[in-house]
Ligand binder design. Structure first.
Ligand code: NAP
Length: 538
C-alpha cells in the first residue's frame, strides 16, 4: 500500500486531495535490486500509519503552501512528491510553485510588514514565545515528521526540534533588546542618534538536512525585529516547514508574516531576487547555489547572508585524550549520516597517535547501528537520495585509485536503498576528492601529519571555512591552533558545538554573516543615523 494512501485515509475530510495533475517524481532510487526493501517498507508503513493519524488529529500534516492567510495549491495544479528516504515510498504530494505564487507570497509579506514592524517588541516577543511553546509541545510529532521525510534517527530528529525551537525562544528574548545608540555630537547644537530598523521582507531559502532548525535560525531573528518572511524549504523536506508554519499561525503570528512556497527552486529564487520588495536574502545550502543567489541579489542590491558548504578538519594531536578524540570525531563525523555542513570531513591525525586512533575509531564506527530512523538503537539512517550515495561511492573510488585504503565499510549497506555502510578510509592525501570537497555522507577519511604547522597548513588548504575541531590536552596549543585556523567555528575537545546562543557561520567560501546569538539579529536590521539639528532654536 502506498504511503500516500495511508496518509490520505487518515485525513478524513480530505485536506489533502488527489491531484489532477500527475506529480513530478523526485525519487530516482528504486527498491527492486535490494531484497530487504519489503521488510523495511512494512515496518515504515506501520510507523507511518500512526504518524499520519497523529499528525492528522493534531492538524500538523499540511500539504499546501502558505500565501498570507491562505493555504494554497500551485496555480497550475502541479505537485511534487515527498518521499521517505528510508523506503522510497511517497509520503505526500505538495504544490510545485513558481514565479506567480512567490510573487503573491511576497505581496502578502509586504502587506503584513507595516503592522508587524510597528507593534511593540514585547508583543512580537510574546508571539514568538507562544510559537516556541507550541513547537515544544508538539516535539514528538515534529520529530517523527523529520525522520519520515529526512531519514535521520528519531533521537536526532527530536534533538533537532529542541535545537530548532531554541532559536525561536532565544530571539523571542532578543526582540526586546534591539537597542539604538546616542552618539556624542561634534557640534553643541546637534544630537546624533542611531536607530535600528527591520530590513523589510526577507526571502529565506533552506536545505533538507535540518528541515526545522535551518528555518527557525532565520525566521526567529527576522520576526523578532519586525521583518516578514517568504520561506522556501527544500522540496525534499517541506512537510516539517509547513507544520512549523501551522504552529506559527496558532501562536497568533498574523497571516502574511510567515509565508511558505516550494517547488521550482530556480523560479522561486528568481522571483525573490527580482522583487524590489524583498530587501534581504538569507540562504543555507550549497556554495554553488549561494554564489548564484549572491550574484542575483546585486540586481536590486539586497542584503545577503549565506551559510554554505564546509570542509571541516578534525585535528587529533599526539597529546589528545584518545577516548575524548574518538568520541568527538565520531559525533562530528556521523551525525545525520555525515550530512551536515559542520561534519568532520577530514580527520587529520598526528603520526604518534595515528594507528591507535585509527583502530579505536574504526571499532567505534563499527558499532554504529544502521537502519530505519524509527527503529530503536539506530544511530545512522539512510542518505537523502540515490545521488548522495553515488557521490560517496565516487569519492571513495577516487581515493582508492589514488592509494587510500578502506579500513571499514566502503560499500552500500545490505539494507539497500539509500543505506551506506559507515566507512573509514586511511592514508588519504590532500589531492583526493575526499579531502577537497564535502563528501556529505558516512565516510571518515584519515590523513596523517607530523607537526603543528603542517596540521594547520593542511586544515586551511581549502576554500571552505565553516567548522574545525581540535583534540589536544595542551591549553597553549588549543589557543594557538584556534587562532591560526581560518574557520568561523572551532570545537576544542568537542565534536558537537552548535547552539542557538553562539554565532554560527563561515569564512572564505563558506558564507557571509552569522546566525544565532546576539549577533544573529543584526543580519535583519538596518542602521539609520538621525541628526537633530538647531537645538538652540525654539
Ligand atoms: P542546495 O542544493 O544548494 O539547496 C539548498 C536550497 O536551495 C534548497 O531549498 C534548494 O531547493 C534551493 N535551490 C537550489 N537551486 C536553487 C536556485 N537556483 N535558486 C534558488 N534556490 C535554489 O543544497 P542542499 O543539497 O539542499 O544542502 C546541502 C548543502 O547545504 C551542503 O553544501 C551543506 O554544507 C550546506 N549547508 C550549510 C549549512 C551552513 O550553515 N553553512 C547548513 C546546512 C547545510 P530544492 O531543494 O527544492 O531544489
Amino acid at each position: 500500500m502506498r504511503l500516500i494512501r495511508v496518509i490520505e485515509a487518515a485525513r478524513v475530510g480530505g485536506m489533502m486531495r488527489m491531484m489532477a495533475v500527475p506529480p513530478v517524481k523526485r525519487f530516482s532510487h528504486l527498491p527492486s535490486m535490494h531484497a530487504p526493501f519489503s521488510l523495511l517498507s512494512r515496518q515504515i508503513t506501520m510507523d507511518a500509519k500512526n504518524i499520519a493519524s497523529r499528525l492528522n488529529s493534531s492538524g500538523l500534516l499540511r500539504t499546501q503552501g502558505l500565501l498570507g492567510a491562505k493555504w494554497a495549491d500551485a496555480y497550475d495544479g502541479k505537485t511534487i512528491e515527498v518521499s521517505n528516504p528510508a523506503t522510497g515510498e511517497v509520503i505526500a504530494n505538495v504544490p510545485c510553485m513558481g514565479h506567480k505564487e512567490t510573487n503573491d507570497a511576497i505581496s502578502s509579506a509586504h502587506d503584513a510588514f507595516d503592522s508587524w514592524s510597528k507593534i511593540t517588541a514585547a508583543e512580537r516577543s510574546k508571539c514568538l514565545r507562544k510559537w516556541y511553546d507550541l513547537l515544544i509541545s508538539h516535539k514528538e510529532e515534529l520529530g517523527q515528521l523529520i525522520t519520515l521525510e529526512q531519514g535521520k534517527p528519531l533521537k536526532e530528529a527530536l534533538g533537532e526540534v529542541s535545537y530548532g525551537a531554541g532559536f525561536i525562544e532565544f530571539f523571542a528574548e532578543e526582540a526586546k533588546r534591539v537597542y539604538g545608540d546616542i552618539i556624542p555630537s561634534t557640534l553643541a547644537d546637534r544630537r546624533l542618534f542611531v536607530l535600528k530598523q527591520p530590513v523589510g521582507v526577507v526571502g529565506a531559502i533552506t536545505p533538507w538536512n535540518f528541515p526545522l532548525a535551518m528555518i527557525t535560525r532565520k525566521v526567529g531573528p527576522a520576526l523578532a525585529c519586525g521583518c516578514t518572511v517568504v520561506v522556501k524549504p527544500s522540496e525534499l523536506t517541506p512537510l516539517t516547514a509547513l507544520a512549523a508554519a501551522e504552529l506559527a499561525l496558532r501562536a497568533g503570528i498574523p497571516p502574511g508574516v510567515v509565508n511558505i512556497v516550494m517547488g521550482n527552486a530556480p523560479e522561486i529564487g528568481e522571483a525573490l531576487l527580482a522583487s524590489p520588495q524583498v530587501r534581504k536574502i538569507t540562504f543555507t545550502g550549497s556554495t554553488a547555489v549561494g554564489k548564484k543567489l549572491m550574484a542575483g541579489a546585486a540586481g536590486t542590491v539586497k542584503k545577503v547572508s549565506l551559510e554554505l558548504g564546509g570542509n571541516a578538519p578534525c585535528i587529533v594531536f599526539d597529546d589528545a585524550d584518545l577516548d575524548v578524540a574518538v568520541k568527538g570525531a565520531l559525533a562530528a563525523k556521523f551525525r545525520n549520516s555525515g550530512q551536515t555542513c559542520v561534519c568532520a570531513n577530514r580527520i587529520i591525525v598526528q603520526e604518534g597517535i595515528y594507528d591507535k586512533f585509527a583502530n579505536a575509531f574504526a571499532k567505534s564506527v563499527q558499532n554504529l547501528q544502521v537502519g530505519n530512523g524509527f527503529s530503536d538503537g539506530v544511530a545512522q539512517g539512510p542518505l537523502i537520495n540515490e545521488a548522495a550515495v553515488q557521490k560517496v561511492e565516487s569519492f571513495i573510488q577516487d581515493a582508492i585509485t589514488k592509494g587510500a585504503k578502506v579500513i571499514l565499510g566502503g560499500k552500500r549497506h545490505t539494507l539497500g536503498m539509500t543505506f551506506y555502510e559507515p566507512t573509514v578510509v586511511s592514508d588519504v592525501k590532500s589531492e583526493m576528492l575526499l579531502s577537497r570537497e564535502e563528501a556529505f555522507g558516512p565516510v571518515a577519511p584519515l590523513l596523517r601529519f607530523k607537526t603543528e604547522e603542517e596540521a594547520i597548513r593542511i586544515a586551511n588548504d581549502t576554500n571552505a571555512g565553516l567548522a574545525a575541531y581540535v583534540f589536544t590536552n595542551s591549553i597553549q596549543r588549543s589557543w594557538r591552533v584556534s587562532e591560526a585556523l581560518e574557520y568561523g567555528l572551532v570545537g576544542i575537545n568537542e565534536g558537537i558545538i552548535s547552539t542557538e546562543v553562539a554565532p554560527f557561520g563561515g569564512v572564505k567560501q563558506s558564507g557571509l554573516g552569522r546566525e544565532g546569538s546576539k549577533y544573529g539579529i543584526d543580519e535583519y536590521l538596518e542602521l539609520k543615523y538621525v541628526c537633530l539639528g538647531n537645538m538652540n532654536s525654539n
